[in-house]
Design a protein around this ligand. Structure first.
Ligand code: HGY
Ligand code: MN
Ligand code: MN
Length: 411
């Protein structure tokens, strides 16, 4: 095996950089980010790239082209994680690209384009609640207001960047729109069961689902759990529970051709006492669909259901969308080129959408995008310690990516 065993061993080494062992939690601009970034820098340089941190703490390696002034193809993914994560989400896309460069460099092969391998410092948004910070900066959608967002300890993004040795004002220079990047190709674990169920090691992504995130605040009236009659309660938690089931129902009932998924992932209850009727509940809703119109219809349906439940239960409700990302189509020509590489590797070509979001989804303002999925084991579970993949699949996916990198030529 040329690649697979090394990639999994590198992922194991990176998994050790966590703030909450034995679980994996690696947030943006933390000591764990620094240790993972330093290891990735070393791997990039050892593979033959010039590499360094950029102004926002992303790690960027460059494998120069056969000629000066050639366009750039970017490949990579994110090195941060969700809380209690798996060890391949994001990292696989970085490690497989580094493995390709190491192989090319070892054979003295240069490409008709420069290959930049990127490890984004923040895709998940765990620390500051803002996601895709590095990729959005490169795609020209960084919002300087983010610099004033604060983490749970009251540290602002600006302060954290300075403490990391990064440059809070350097985001402008990272914008690659209208410059030399002509393609962005990301490899990623599927984070679902499709390839596993069909016995396929890799698949070509057709589109990345768009997402809306809502904050729903329910306001009732606190009271003594023992004395307030059931008929006169304005129980914010009971109302939020009914709203949670309504969110699920909206997604389940979505028309077949407009599949929607909707998730209530967090819920805060005040005063949160066993013997007090809940007065204030705030919960999150994550709504996704491959079609933006279907997602927006689902958001409005959720808003209407919550309002009806609130009226009947005599509680207040405010349902606000605070975050939205449009669905992103993968470029047909890049998909076809990836599919040809999959076929040359002797694997049946399976095209499939991505329900998960990825750094690739913000790159369309810069260049055409494509993604290669690799099979997940354990039923496809992800964002969980049981997330798993095999060295054999890592090998196949890297061979496919290497074939693509060596056969694709900039238009
Ligand atoms: O939420 C997502 O889809 C990604 O894992 N950040
Ligand atoms: Mn993730
Ligand atoms: Mn990911």
């Amino acid at each position: 095996m040329r690649f697979g065993d090394d990639i999994l061993a590198q992922a194991d080494a990176l998994a050790a950089f966590t703030e909450a062992p034995p679980g994996i939690t690696r947030a943006y601009l933390t000591p764990q980010h620094r240790r993972a970034g330093d290891l990735l820098l070393a791997l990039m340089r050892e593979a033959g790239m010039r590499a360094d941190y950029d102004a926002l703490g992303n790690v960027v390696g460059r494998y120069d082209a056969a000629r000066a002034g050639a366009p750039v193809l970017m490949s990579g993914s994110h090195m941060d994680s969700v809380r209690n994560a798996g060890r391949y989400d994001g990292l696989f896309g970085i490690l497989t690209a580094i493995a390709c460069v190491r192989d090319l460099h070892g054979r003295g092969v240069r490409l008709p384009y420069a290959l930049e391998v990127v490890a984004f410092g923040d895709e998940e948004g765990v620390r500051f609640g803002v996601t895709l910070i590095g990729s959005k900066a490169m795609a020209g959608s960084f919002d300087p207001a983010w610099l004033d967002t604060k983490d749970a300890d009251g540290i602002s993004l600006r302060q954290a960047l300075v403490a990391f040795g990064a440059d809070p004002d350097g985001w402008r220079a990272l914008d690659r729109r209208g410059k030399d990047v002509v393609a962005y190709v990301e490899s990623h674990i599927e984070q679902g069961p499709v390839l596993l169920n069909e016995g396929l090691p890799v698949g070509v992504v057709t589109a990345i689902a768009g997402v809306s995130r809502m904050r729903v605040a329910v306001t009732g009236l606190a009271g003594h759990a023992g004395t307030v009659p059931m008929g006169s309660r304005r129980d914010a938690l009971a109302a939020a529970a009914e709203m949670t089931l309504a969110v699920e129902r909206v997604a389940v009932d979505a028309p077949a051709g407009e599949a929607v998924v909707a998730t209530v992932g967090t819920m805060d209850v005040e005063p949160g006492a066993i013997n007090v009727i809940a007065q204030d509940v705030v919960f999150s809703v994550d709504v996704r669909s491959a079609t933006d119109a279907a997602r927006r219809r689902a958001v409005e349906a959720i808003r209407a259901r919550c309002a009806a439940i609130a009226a009947r239960r005599r509680v207040g409700v405010a349902a606000d969308v605070y975050y939205e990302l449009a669905a992103a189509a993968c470029d047909a020509a890049l998909q076809d080129a990836l599919a040809a590489s999959v076929a040359r590797r002797g694997v049946p070509v399976r095209r499939l959408p991505s329900g998960a979001g990825h750094d690739a989804m913000v790159f369309p303002p810069v260049c055409p995008i494509a993604m290669l999925f690799v099979r997940c084991g354990a039923g496809g579970i992800s964002h969980h310690p049981d997330e798993t993949m095999t060295a054999a699949d890592a090998e196949i996916a890297t061979e496919v990516l290497l074939d693509f990198l060596q056969t694709w030529t900039p238009r």
